[in-house]
Design a protein around this ligand. Structure first.
Ligand code: ZN
Length: 554
């Protein structure tokens, strides 16, 4: 390959424009998540079967027998169940059915840090002063309420919904072409870093009442098709023609399994996020070319997380098997960031390492040894004590795990394993055995798979869809901002519920008549725009407060 074609093959970001990743997804077993409705039906089936077989049981005996059969079938060891219970999210949203989505957005819009963010987005005007409030409202509406990633549809729906217009403080409507112009201006002149700053601020507010928030991170990625032909450009000229100077941060990627079957392909972006397990809300995210590796994207996210939240208590990073494919990545997590990697095994480990037959757990004549203790890990506590910030490689890499015989037999000497020898094999959370931390590893894998991921929530709201459901706006900026506003509003809605802002906003909307059903004798039960503005001006205006990560006084 000549130097010229090599240069053509890479764009300014140093990311290849196309990539192929081979990944075998584990077979998905249905029923691995305990959804209440499924459990109910399953128990009813057991009950019917038992009633046919032994009809003479008393009600009480019958119920006890059904419970016993159900427990026997799910076959979750009590030790694993204890860990699963421990890792349950501590901050959750109320059931969607009781929520008025427009009020959720209205309450989120009035949070001080959101007022600050909107102010930033609107103030950044070049040239003549224009009122971009309606365009911003349409953009936020599109990412939260419209369920369809189309500006025209979102702007029309917003204009025709009095409650939604109230949620955005009745912006002055503008022509359709102006909406497109203004949205383009907002998206291209502002970096989505602003939204990530605001999001981390909201998470830090949640963490003040939920000490578990921020301790366990889950890294995950999702492909975002761009409004481009969804096939691989065959040469630099075709690529340039496709991108037409409007896209700079896109790439083409195809995922195949080891048999060569294509499992996913995308021409566009890839959004990679670190999500918090205790609240199931996104912490930090980045939108990169689809062809960028997920581990490399994660390497961009970790410095951002600890820059924005230097005291973040994270100690573990959970992910899928893609993250296990590189030894250096596990080493960086453990020794540079103080994070215990927790990924399913991908591929094999050289047989030359001791204990490889038991996935890094030593054994003696009495079976797998017990994990006695871990010492010398450069974790958050060690970093605080030695003044070593996150991101700096620990000078001592003598982290070690001590193992002893399961029955303490005097002939069996204790053993030590060191992550520095192979951080994928000698892991903090053992890959084998039935000790507490081995159970934690299994529970983390189950929780990661069963919590509804941020990305599936966004897709349910029409953000990040494929084919006809992809975002029709042109360019990297709109793609960045649509995913960022959608993710940010997930966190903001949670804060609104937890702080009581949702309840207050609900009461205000009810007072103004927005929640009343129009009737024949009262077709417009809600306040007029002027009345709503007067009511709003009677209250102190919502304050704008910048995130701590951008304030000098914090
Ligand atoms: Zn022994």
């Amino acid at each position: 390959m000549s130097s010229r074609t090599r240069k053509d093959h890479h764009d300014d970001l140093g990311v290849p424009n196309d990539a192929q990743i081979v990944q075998d997804h584990p077979v998905r077993r249905p029923g691995s998540t305990c959804r209440p409705s499924r459990v109910r039906v399953h128990k009813a089936q057991l009950s019917d079967r038992l009633a046919r077989r032994s009809p003479k049981l008393s009600d009480c005996e019958h119920k006890a027998e059904v419970d016993r059969l159900a427990a026997e079938q799910t076959n979750t060891p009590p030790a694993l169940q204890r860990q699963l219970d421990k890792l349950k999210p501590t901050s959750t949203s109320p059931a969607r059915i009781n929520i008025v989505p427009e009020i959720e957005v209205a309450a989120a819009n009035r949070l001080p840090v959101m007022v600050w963010l909107y102010g930033q987005l609107l103030s950044c005007t070049m040239g003549r002063k224009t009122d971009r409030r309606f365009a911003l409202a349409a953009l936020v509406y599109m990412t939260t309420l419209s369920l369809r990633p189309e500006v025209r549809f979102a702007a029309r729906a917003l204009r025709h919904s009095p409650l939604a217009m109230w949620a955005f403080d009745h912006p002055r409507t503008v022509s359709r072409t102006s909406v497109y112009d203004h949205i383009n201006g907002i998206c291209t002149r502002n970096a989505t870093d602003l939204a990530v700053h605001a999001n981390v601020e909201l998470i830090r507010q949640l963490a003040e009442t939920h000490p578990d928030i921020g301790k366990i991170g889950v890294v995950d990625a999702s492909l975002l098709q761009a409004q481009l032909p969804q096939h691989k450009p065959n040469g630099p000229a075709e690529r340039a023609a496709m991108l037409n100077g409007r896209w700079h941060k896109v790439g083409y990627i195809v995922y195949t399994d080891s048999n060569g079957n294509v499992t996913a392909r995308c021409h566009g972006h890839k959004v990679v996020a670190i999500t918090d397990l205790a609240s199931t809300r996104p912490l930090v995210w980045t939108n990169v070319p689809a062809s960028m590796g997920e581990r490399d994207a994660c390497r961009l996210l970790l410095p951002k997380l600890f820059e924005l939240w230097p005291t973040c208590p994270m100690h573990t990073l959970v992910g899928d098997s893609l993250y296990d494919q590189e030894e250096a990545f596990a080493r960086e997590l453990e020794f540079d960031w103080g994070l215990h990697p927790c990924f399913p095994r991908a591929g094999k480990v050289s047989r030359a390492y001791p204990h490889v037959e038991n996935e890094g757990v030593p054994s003696c004549a009495h079976g797998l040894m017990h994990r006695e203790k871990a010492e010398g890990f450069p974790d958050a506590a060690w970093r605080a004590k030695t003044g070593t910030p996150r991101g700096q490689r620990a000078r001592e890499d003598d982290a070690r795990i001590r193992w002893r015989c399961s029955i303490n037999h005097p002939d069996c000497s204790s053993q030590t394993t060191r992550p520095r020898d192979n951080p994928r094999l000698y892991t903090y959370y053992p890959r084998a055995g039935d000790g507490r931390l081995a159970m934690t590893r299994r529970a983390l894998a189950i929780r990661r798979g069963s919590i509804e991921s941020v990305f599936s929530t966004l897709k349910n709201r029409g953000v990040g869809g494929k084919g006809l459901h992809r975002l029709k706006l042109i360019g990297d900026g709109p793609a960045d901002w649509v995913i960022s506003l959608a993710a940010l509003h997930l966190t903001a809605a949670r804060v609104a519920h937890e702080t009581g802002a949702y309840a207050d906003t609900y009461a205000a909307a009810e007072h103004l008549g927005y929640l009343a059903e129009p009737a024949n004798d009262e077709p417009f039960p809600y306040a007029t725009i002027d009345e709503a503005r007067r009511a709003a001006s009677a209250d102190p205006p919502p304050r704008a407060i910048a995130p701590r990560s951008l304030r000098d006084d914090a």
